[in-house]
Write a protein that binds this ligand. Structure first.
Ligand SMILES: Cc1ncc(COP(=O)(O)O)c(C=O)c1O
Length: 396
């Protein structure tokens, strides 16, 4: 343990609420796929934070855009226009395919809160006061604020915080009959992750998402897709739904949007967005000029460096290589969002060994590992990961 980490860990234990079980490592610098700790040790990052730094660490164009804006203007309230916000909204709507409006928040949970409020506001105007119920999937993850926790389909994360806001129902993923059975006039929206992330990388089936889209259209119910983790080219296309061909009525974004700076967004069709009135929703920091400048630079670089194509190319190599591991039962995902299930419940130990060997990976529960590298990842770096994982699986 370096001296810097020593002091920091002691302060952490004394002054931080114990919401995280932190590893005894302090990263002090990053560059592309690489992280460096306070002892100068190098690591390959197969987590990107948790699916955040899609461009890789310390991207120059984002750093320059942020520094330039910091020196000009950091904050004014949302009661005024500022540079970058409107251009960014226009850009997101163009990526979405047009005909939509944007609300800027600061995180994924906040984006989902905004989407839930918008769906209820829309539901009440379209279907009456009772049209407020939201159906989401078991094992989903939508955030840790109370409403997004209620939407999250993981009882283990919810129970300690009950009572949660009412009006949320969970159904098994990829079971259209189960969804059909829940659809009545109280439902205003269906909320899904195209690929469940925190739950362990479980994708919607292609036919399922198409059927959900059709069912929502038939019943006049909104389809909200939570693209917080899947967005910004992680799965190859700007948003994962584009790989499915099922455009949502509302899409939520965060994580990869500004390559590490806190920003989130709700993108909704014009006809849905107009349910909001001035005063219905807001955010002090949402859509500030610094994060919007960072997001624009991020999107520019993701496109100019063709990182969606790289995510598909290296993602299929990663899938191929993971499939060769003897100790696994399943490989799932798309692009550079992959998950595996291990034959034995040793995922936390394998992740800890991999970290000691210089590869940052994420474990989910006892038996799953998750890989979300920056989209600049190369085949050679995948080879290093595979050597590390094989050795770690062999020794645990
Ligand atoms: C799909 C999804 N939605 C929402 C969230 C919550 O985002 P945040 O932690 O920025 O509030 C996450 C975070 O992991 C997520 O993966």
């Amino acid at each position: 343990m370096g001296a810097l980490l020593d002091t920091t860990a002691a302060l952490d234990a004394r002054f931080h609420m114990p919401t995280y079980a932190r590893r005894p490592i302090m990263f002090v610098r990053g560059e592309g796929m690489r992280l460096f700790d306070d002892d100068g040790r190098e690591y390959l990052d197969f987590a990107s934070g948790i699916g955040v730094v899609n461009l890789g660490h310390a991207h120059r164009a984002v750093a320059s855009a942020v520094c330039a804006q910091m020196q000009r203007l950091v904050h004014v309230s949302n009661l005024y226009h500022v540079e970058h916000r409107d251009v960014l909204a226009e850009r997101l709507v163009a990526l979405f395919g047009g005909g939509a409006k944007v609300f800027f928040a600061n995180s994924g949970a906040e984006a989902n809160e905004g989407a839930i409020k918008l769906a209820r506001r829309w539901g009440k105007t379209r279907g009456g006061e009772a049209c407020t119920r939201i159906i989401s999937a078991e094992r989903s993850f939508h955030g840790r604020t109370l409403a997004t926790l209620a939407a999250t389909g993981q009882p283990s994360k919810q129970e300690a915080f009950e009572p949660l806001p009412a009006g949320f129902t969970h159904v098994p993923l990829n079971d259209i009959d189960a969804l059909f059975a829940e659809m009545d006039e109280t439902v205003c929206a269906v909320l899904l992750e195209p690929i469940q992330g925190e739950g362990g990388v479980f994708p919607c089936d292609l036919a399922y998402l198409a059927a959900v889209r059709t069912l929502c259209d038939e019943r006049g119910v909104l389809l909200i897709l939570d693209e917080v983790q899947t967005g910004f080219f992680r799965t190859g296309t700007a948003f994962a739904w584009q790989g499915y061909g099922a455009r949502p009525d509302i899409m939520t974004l965060a994580k990869g949007m500004a390559n590490g700076l806190p920003i989130g967004a709700v993108v909704a069709l014009d006809s849905v967005a107009e349910a909001f009135r001035p005063g219905d929703h807001g955010s002090t920091f949402g859509g500030g000029p610094v994060v919007c400048a960072a997001a624009l630079a991020t999107i520019d670089a993701l496109e100019s460096e063709s990182l969606g194509e790289n995510a598909i190319r290296v993602g299929s190599y990663l899938r191929e290589q993971l499939s060769t591991l003897a100790a696994i039962t399943d490989v799932r995902g798309r692009g550079l969002m992959m998950g595996i299930t291990l034959a034995e419940p040793v995922a936390p130990a394998v992740a800890a060994t991999a970290l000691n060997q210089g590869c940052v990976v994420l474990s989910v529960g006892d038996s799953m590992l998750r890989f979300l590298p920056p989209l600049v990842c190369s085949n050679a770096e995948v080879d290093t990961l595979l050597e590390t994982l094989s050795a770690a699986l062999g020794s645990t």
